[in-house]
Design a protein around this ligand. Structure first.
Ligand SMILES: [Zn+2]
Length: 481
């Protein structure tokens, strides 16, 4: 426990004083320390640290939840937030969508700590900067390389949730994102290669994320690929089999499975950010979302997964659940409130981005389960196709149905072999048809995470993880940008 013992005592005492005034109340404390370090062209460019803490006070009055956040952690400050939450709950209860009870806020007790091998206190700022200087130097393979950068974002987050019905949950998260970017330029052509599409290398991990050799290898690889892209032909316009690497599968599963399965979109509450969904409540248990090879899980127990936790922000204990099994849609992403409203089973996914936001239906780790095929055999099985990786752009309609994704890098597959590199690769499809064209799934997987999945009004950027295999799809429309 890092939270100061005095502060913890103060929170518990304040909760005890406020509890008799309402049907139920909860205090959720969150502190977050985030460090950014960036090296560009072998020069240290950014070293900043932010610290934030506060509490969200939640009450249940006449079947309706009310919320108010505050960064004033004195007893008076929390009491003032409590009064605001009561005011909002009382007045809004006349217009409530559902009559909620304490069943939507189980009195869970437990702890969670991110899985890490080496504590973040075991690596200094200087050591990280030195590795990043070396990494940007390693990217300087040619005069054609005009910009090189290495960035990390390190977050340490602590949450303590206590309620009048006995919830007592303490969770500690250790998060590291490492990202490299290199830009090559020649004769009016510019190509940028990042290390898996920006913020995707984000995991719950410790200082082992800064393994020097691994980082230098990643840096060199993207520099070589940026140079290859400069000399490459444009991606052909064709209908081909495409083999998608796990970093792009991360975006594919996120946009066309994760978001459309969120219950608040299905209920019509959430319409921002390409906000509705083509999925209807009666589709659960019936819809053949993908081919029988498609198995998708909500898995907050994934070691190192960015969206791992033991309890969601309603106190619901998190467990692995199949969302899609053998291609059939089984359940969606909704916490206890949405489950009660839809009368459907869901998952522990009621999450808030910090102390100053109320929880809504989110993803956690949305994973594709591994298949049985070796990647080499998957490539061998393709007569003419495309191997594609690293997201560059995405576009999807309001119903999460038609989509078009651009990637940084691709290679042609001809007669069972990887051949020419092609630049500006894009592919498009419609969600259910696309997932039904899945014809092979690799036996290995990689984990990626997105640190700022945006949703809600006011906006909430939340951390989600995706562990996915390489996936092969048949007859997909591809084109060069
Ligand atoms: Zn998102």
């Amino acid at each position: 426990m890092n939270i100061y013992p005095n502060m913890q005592l103060n929170l518990r005492k304040t909760l005890a004083n406020l509890s008799p005034q309402v049907d139920w109340t909860q205090i959720r404390y969150v502190s977050e320390k985030t460090t950014w370090r960036m090296v560009r062209d072998e020069k240290s460019e950014r070293n900043s640290l932010s610290f934030d803490q506060g509490v969200m006070v939640e009450v249940l009055i006449e079947g309706h939840f009310g919320y108010a956040g505050t960064s004033d952690l004195t007893e008076e400050g929390i009491k003032s937030a409590f009064d605001k939450a009561c005011f909002l709950a009382k007045h809004a209860s006349n217009y409530k969508a559902h009559n909620f009870t304490e069943l939507q806020r189980p009195p869970a007790v437990g702890t969670y700590n991110s899985h890490l091998e080496i504590g973040l206190d075991k690596i200094s700022a200087q050591e990280i900067i030195d590795i990043f200087i070396e990494a940007t130097r390693a990217m300087k393979l040619s005069e054609k390389i005009v910009s090189r950068s290495a960035t990390t974002m390190i977050s340490e987050i602590e949450q303590l949730t206590i309620s009048s019905s006995g919830a007592d949950i303490h969770q500690n998260f250790s998060i590291v994102n490492t990202d490299f970017s290199v830009t090559a330029h020649q004769n009016g052509e510019t190509q940028t290669r990042t290390d898996s599409g920006g913020l995707a290398r984000c995991l719950q991990i410790g200082a082992e994320a800064f393994d020097r050799e691994t980082l230098l290898q990643r840096a060199r690889k993207i520099a070589e690929e940026a140079l290859e892209l400069l000399a490459a032909e444009n991606c052909p316009k064709d209908t081909l089999d495409i083999l998608i690497a796990p970093d792009q599968m991360t975006l594919q599963v996120h946009e066309s499975i994760g978001h459309p399965l969120e219950y608040d979109r299905i209920l019509g509450d959430e319409r921002n950010y390409a906000g509705w969904s083509f999925v209807q409540p009666q589709d659960f248990g019936n819809l053949q979302y993908g081919s029988p090879l498609l198995n998708v899980t909500f898995d907050p127990t994934t070691p190192n997964g960015l969206g791992s936790y033991a309890f969601d922000d309603s106190g619901h204990q998190a467990a692995k659940e199949f969302l899609i099994k053998d291609g059939v849609l089984l359940r969606g992403l909704g916490g206890l409130e949405s489950q009660a409203r839809l009368n459907l089973s869901g998952v522990a996914s009621s999450r808030s981005s910090s102390w100053n936001r109320a929880p809504i239906d989110r993803m956690a780790n949305i994973n594709i389960e591994p298949g049985i095929d070796k990647i080499e055999d998957m490539i061998k099985s393709v007569q003419r196709g495309l191997f594609i990786m690293s997201n560059k752009s995405w576009s999807i309609d309001d119903y999460r149905n038609k989509f078009q994704f651009g990637c940084e890098y691709a290679k042609l597959i001809e007669n069972g072999e990887l051949t020419k590199t092609v630049k500006n690769p894009n592919y498009r499809g419609t969600t259910v048809q696309f997932w039904n064209s899945l014809k092979s799934v690799s036996d290995t997987r990689e984990s990626f995470g997105a640190a700022f999945c945006g949703k809600g009004e006011p906006n909430q950027g939340i951390r989600v993880g995706h562990k996915t295999p390489y996936c092969l799809f048949s007859n997909i429309e591809v084109f060069g940008a």
